[in-house]
Design a protein around this ligand. Structure first.
Ligand SMILES: *Cc1c(COP(=O)(O)O)cnc(C)c1O
Length: 378
C-alpha cells in the first residue's frame, strides 16, 4: 500500500458497492437475535411465515400500493424474474428500452424465448436512457428504473396509449426500489432483488403486481397448458404459483431465511423513518454530494451529462485518463474503502458509488475526501 489515508478522513463504513451493498449492523444483529429460530427452522412454519408477512405488509405500506396490487416473491433474484416475465407476462411481443447491461439482458431473454416474437428494442447510448415507444402488436413495455451499470435513472410513467391498448408496463426496479421515488400505479410489475437498496443478501426476487399483471399471468399460463402450445412454463417460473405461495407468506421452494430476516429489518427501518420519502431524500443528498464534488473537481466529472438522468442511487464518476481508476480503487481498498469500481463491461475509467439508504451521507462526504487524498498522492 503506497497511500495511507488518515483515519480522520475515512468514512465510518467503507462499503460503497452497487450490489451487494452495505448491510447495516442492526440487520446483522437481527440475524443474531434469530440464531435460535427462526434461523435454521422451517419456512413453512409460523416464525418464518411471519417474517414474509411483515415483508409483504411493510412493502405494501412503503410503496403505498393502490387497491388490488400485491407483493409476490420467489427465489432466483431479478435475473430469474426476467425469465418469469418471458414465461408468464409477455403474451406475444414486448418492447424494451435498453441503455446498459441490465436493461439489455432482459431484452435478450425475450429475444431468445422461442415462443415469443422478436421484441421491439429502443436502444439508447450508455449514460442516457431511452424509453420504448408505442408499437403496434406489443403487449408488454419494459425498461429499467435505474440502470445500475451506468448510473442512469429513467422516468417511470406508462407509455401513452399503452394501457388503453391493454399492454402491461414491467419495470426493473432492482437498484431503484427503496432509493428512488416511484408511483407504483404507473407499473404493472415492479420487480427487484434485496441486495441493493434493501441492504440484504441476494437470491430473492420481489415483485409488486397490478391486477392486470396477475390476470395476464393467469391467462398466459393457462394458454401454455393447451394442446399443441409452444410455450413452456416450468413451475419454478410460474408467476401464478409464486403469487399463490406469497399469499400464504411462503415461497415455492426453500428461501434463504437470512435474506428474509435482513430485508424485513430494512423495510421496518425505512418505514419507521417515514417511508419512501425518507430514503429518497437521503439518497438524493448523498448523490448530490458526489455530483457537486465531481463538478468542481479538476480530475473527476459526472459520467451522465444530463442532470435529469443522473441516478440518486448509483453515481458514476469519470476520472481523467492520467488518473487510472484501477489504481485509485486499489489504494481505497487497501484503506478499507471498497467496491466503488465501475461496471466492468462499460469499460470506462470510472468510479461507481452505491449511495443506497443504508449509506450515511456523511460517509459519502468522507469518500470524496479520501479520493482527493489518494489522487493528490498518485
Ligand atoms: C443487480 C441488478 C439485476 C440483477 O439482480 P440479481 O439479483 O443478481 O439477479 C438486475 N437488474 C438491475 C437493474 C440490477 O441492478
Amino acid at each position: 500500500m503506497s497511500v495511507i489515508i488518515p483515519d480522520s478522513l475515512k468514512p465510518n463504513d467503507g462499503r460503497f458497492g452497487s450490489g451487494p451493498s452495505k448491510i447495516r449492523p442492526e440487520q446483522v444483529a437481527a440475524l443474531d437475535a434469530a440464531a435460535l429460530g427462526p434461523l435454521g427452522t422451517s419456512h413453512r412454519q409460523t416464525p418464518v411465515k411471519q417474517i414474509v408477512a411483515s415483508i409483504r405488509e411493510g412493502l405494501t405500506q412503503f410503496f403505498n400500493l393502490p387497491d388490488g396490487y400485491e407483493i409476490a416473491l420467489g427465489n432466483g433474484g431479478a435475473s430469474a424474474f426476467w425469465e418469469v416475465a418471458c414465461a408468464c407476462l409477455i403474451e406475444r411481443r414486448a418492447a424494451f428500452g435498453t441503455y446498459g447491461s441490465f436493461s439489455s439482458k432482459f431484452a435478450a431473454s425475450a429475444k431468445n424465448a422461442p415462443f415469443l416474437e422478436d421484441p421491439a428494442v429502443f436502444e439508447g447510448e450508455p449514460g442516457t436512457y431511452r424509453l420504448p415507444e408505442l408499437t403496434e402488436g406489443v403487449d408488454t413495455y419494459c425498461w429499467a428504473h435505474n440502470e445500475t451499470s451506468t448510473g442512469v435513472a429513467a422516468p417511470i410513467r406508462r407509455v401513452p396509449g399503452s394501457a388503453e391498448a391493454g399492454a402491461l408496463t414491467v419495470i426493473d426496479g432492482t437498484s431503484a426500489a427503496g432509493a428512488l421515488p416511484i408511483d407504483i400505479s404507473q407499473t404493472d410489475a415492479y420487480y427487484f432483488s434485496p441486495q441493493k437498496a434493501f441492504g440484504s443478501d441476494g437470491g430473492l426476487w420481489v415483485a409488486v403486481l397490478s391486477p392486470a399483471a396477475i390476470e395476464r399471468a393467469a391467462k398466459v399460463e393457462a394458454s401454455a397448458t393447451a394442446d399443441g402450445a409452444r410455450r413452456w412454463v416450468p413451475p419454478f417460473l410460474s408467476l401464478t404459483q409464486a403469487l399463490n405461495n406469497s399469499r400464504k407468506d411462503q415461497t415455492l421452494n426453500t428461501p434463504a431465511v437470512a435474506t428474509l430476516i435482513m430485508m424485513e429489518n430494512q423495510i421496518r427501518w425505512l418505514n419507521a423513518n417515514g417511508g419512501l420519502a425518507w430514503p429518497t431524500a437521503r439518497c438524493a443528498e448523498s448523490a448530490s454530494i458526489l455530483y457537486s464534488w465531481a463538478e468542481k473537481s479538476e480530475y473527476a466529472h459526472p459520467f451522465v451529462t444530463d442532470p435529469a438522468a443522473r441516478s440518486t442511487a448509483v453515481v458514476t464518476i469519470d476520472l481523467d485518463d492520467a488518473l487510472p481508476a484501477s489504481q485509485v480503487l486499489a489504494e481505497l481498498r487497501a484503506n478499507g474503502i471498497v467496491d466503488a469500481s465501475g461496471y466492468r463491461k462499460l469499460g470506462r475509467n470510472q468510479l461507481r458509488v452505491g449511495v443506497f439508504p443504508s449509506v450515511d451521507p456523511a460517509d459519502v462526504e468522507a469518500f470524496t475526501k479520501c479520493v482527493d487524498y489518494v489522487a493528490e498522492r498518485l
